[in-house]
Ligand binder design. Structure first.
Ligand SMILES: Nc1nc2c(ncn2[C@@H]2O[C@H](COP(=O)(O)OP(=O)(O)OP(=O)(O)O)[C@@H](O)[C@H]2O)c(=O)[nH]1
Ligand SMILES: [Mg+2]
Length: 333
């Protein structure tokens, strides 16, 4: 009789088995290959992920988000150097939702992050939007899973803080760091973008520039209620990423927040929320895909479109009827 473990381990072709084997032995080229398969949604990649999934759950995932040019990459570099010198392995996912291809900004990232990329046990991957933002969120989540499974102690996700993208990153991360800069109106922008709600820790980077103290004051005012309401103090850390100033304090706050999450049980809750979102996401992708395929095969969709255009039916009826038909057909029908 097949045990539940057997069922959780569907058979793979020999090439995939070999890839998993090399991945398991820590080969960087295997890691890069798996990430590419996941990014491109190459057929069979889900079975690959299903196999890797049981090795996950160890990595500490930290999201770094904020406006373009706020200094996120510089911060990530500095954090990585320190983590690496403490003997922790780091995976970096740099997400650029504004770039439709791996263009200028990301190339800049590559160059800037080069010295960090050469550190032992540091792996960097840049990702740009190919299709939808939703697709980017999926890829980011799954690439984080892969880095976790590879055994990275810390996974840093850098992303521009615009709307939905920032919210998606906050769902992936255990800790979300929002980076602001002392330019006029930055805290207002952050509120508009919904960044205030997702931050666990605030960074005022470029605190060498005029206005850092004012921004700190503004932030502290905004945070008063939140701090009273929650058992967490939403620290504001002033940094100068380019010179490395304040980075040690940022790391201390990140550690503090980890302790807080563990102590209060929020980490478990966060991870449960993540897994729930993961299941629902996969479910909706899978079910929609299957239903669509079946309807297209039978030409039902074309018939329905024609009926609606002729005024015989409306989209609401059509969806109800199509669903009835698919349900009636049973799982193998
Ligand atoms: N004055 C000052 N400049 C800084 C500081 N930190 C970073 N910068 C500069 O700000 C610029 C942008 O830094 P990045 O780290 O690329 O910013 P980013 O947020 O990653 O940018 P994108 O990925 O393009 O959104 C670079 O020229 C940095 O050298 C700082 O503390 N003070
Ligand atoms: Mg950057």
């Amino acid at each position: 009789m097949a045990s539940s473990t057997d069922r959780a381990r569907p058979p793979l072709d020999p090439a995939a088995e070999e890839l998993i084997d090399r991945f398991g032995r820590g080969q960087l080229r295997a890691l890069a290959r798996v990430i590419t398969l996941v990014e491109n949604e190459t057929p069979g990649y889900r079975r690959l992920l299903a196999r890797l999934y049981r090795k996950t759950g160890r990595a500490r995932k930290i999201g770094i988000t904020g406006a373009t040019g706020a200094g996120k990459s510089t911060l990530v570099d500095e954090l990585t150097k320190r983590l690496s010198s403490r003997g922790r392995s780091v995976g970096i996912v740099a997400v650029d939702p504004t770039s439709p291809f791996t263009g200028g900004a990301l190339l800049g990232d590559r160059v800037r992050m080069q010295d960090v990329g050469l550190l032992k046990d540091v792996y960097i991957r840049s990702m740009a939007t190919r299709g939808s933002l939703g697709g980017l969120a999926r890829a980011t989540r799954e690439v984080s899973i892969v880095l976790d499974a590879f055994g990275k102690d810390v996974v840093l996700v850098e992303s521009v803080g615009v709307g939905q993208v920032a919210l998606d990153i906050a769902e992936i991360a255990d800790t979300t760091v929002v980076v602001l800069v002392p330019e006029s109106g930055d805290s207002v922008q952050a509120m508009k973008a919904g960044l205030m709600e997702i931050a666990d820790i605030f960074v005022i980077n470029k605190s060498d520039l005029i206005g850092a103290d004012r921004l700190e004051l503004e932030l502290n005012n905004h945070l008063e209620l939140q701090r009273q309401r929650d058992g967490w103090d939403y620290p504001v850390v002033k940094t100068q990423a380019r010179s490395g100033e304040g980075i040690d304090e940022l790391l201390e706050q990140i550690d503090r927040q980890e302790e807080y999450l563990a102590r209060t049980g929020y980490l478990e809750k966060k991870r449960a929320d993540l897994v729930r979102a993961e299941i629902l996401q996969l479910l909706s992708e899978t079910v929609t895909g299957k239903v669509r395929q079946r309807l297209e095969e039978r030409g039902d969709l074309d018939t329905a479109v024609a009926d609606i255009l002729k005024g015989h039916r409306n989209p609401y009826q059509v969806v109800d009827q199509l669903l009835e038909r698919v349900e009636g057909a049973g799982p193998n029908g």
